[in-house]
Ligand binder design. Sequence first.
Ligand SMILES: [Zn+2]
Length: 467
Amino acid sequence: MVQTNVTIDPLSPASPVEKPEIEEVLDLTTGEYRSATELIRSFRYDHLIEERGRVRSALDSAPLYKCALCPSAVYLVSSPEKRFFFRHRHEDGSCPAQTRSALNQDDILARKYQGLRESEPHKRIKELIERSLRADPNFRAESVVQEKRWYVSQDRAQWRQPDVQALRGEQRFVFEAQLSTTFLDVVVGRRDDYRRGGAQLVWIMAGFEPNNRRLTTDDILFSNNSNIFVVDEETCALSETAGEFHLRCSYREPYREGDTLKERWAERVVRFSELTTHLDTQRTFYFDFESSERELWAAMDNELRADFFAFWTASMTPHCATTDVDPWRLLRRRLAARNVPIPERPDADSNFSTMIHGVLSALKGEPVGWQFKKLVQVAHHLAEMYPQHVLAFGHGLAVAGHQDAIEKQDPKGRWRERSEKLKNRLREADAELMPDRDWLPALCFLFPDVGARVAKFLAKAEMRNAA
Ligand SMILES: [Zn+2]
């Protein structure tokens, strides 16, 4: 089939248009002004599509971004080439940046959408959905209806007219056919209304080609944990023979190739009862793409950490014993791919090696990488020579529950006295004790628990400074 849609690799970075009218936006969540193009580029394509939905959904109640030059909230729009830019919620001509052309694209889409709802393909897919539901006794037969008003709340003014709806037990499911120009307002508006009314929305397509996707398909796909459902003649016939609602599900399936994450499209026919539904997010999926992706990353991270510590233990404890830096170079490359810099050689930066040894000692409850006999000696050494690592060391003790060990080695209370003073200085964000920024990513990656606490401390200290 001829490819008619610009289809973007979900894992690639999102692209902004070249010269956006709105160059800068205010991120209302963080209170930061951001360059629109940089902001867009900072997202992976699939994540930006999700963000687009969130932005649209919040636009009227609590906008996420506003224009830097005027009071208007802004939302994310895509060019036909799937390059993104921000547009004003209200365009009254008062802003130097004007993003709406005379022909309002949204109005055109809305009209085209209404027209399509009357179309033959739409009637056919509704019919197929209804037949599939009627075949399945889990859906109450009398509840299966097409195009019937459903009231979102007690307020009779608020209603929706789902393509097909049905009750499964007490749970209401609404099935909306995705038409070729279903646009983001519709997608988001329905999702919000059905959530509010306690009904579960399931988008159904008449067909799906992973490599020829419309943006509107992406809007549904990426906000639905990367699962798309198709009901066609074949699934409908199967539902009728099996006496159970079947759908064709296409989903992204991540897999590992060495240290990188790849993905492929998978498709299979599934029973409705095999699907996971989340009312609060309005997601319905067969394959849990997000969890699967997260688990693969976690496994790869654990491996990389284990490889790092294996090398470090063999080569750097009790002191630098390595002349072969090839394994280190490889570790360095693998970590760089995670945006985690480490020094050129394991012993090239005493600030780095002391951080690693300090936290390892705290976690182990005994000196690692030093000739010291006692943990308390490590503590004093850090306080005197490497005060920037005292906080990480302290959190290491707390995480591993080794505060007692150090107290037992401190009969005269010298460390206790010293650590009290250090705590007070940390509270005042004493510059000398501020954790090292250069190696913070390494700390966070290699020691996630300790790193998270140190990063949190730094973020707070920064907010205080800014205030
Ligand atoms: Zn503006």
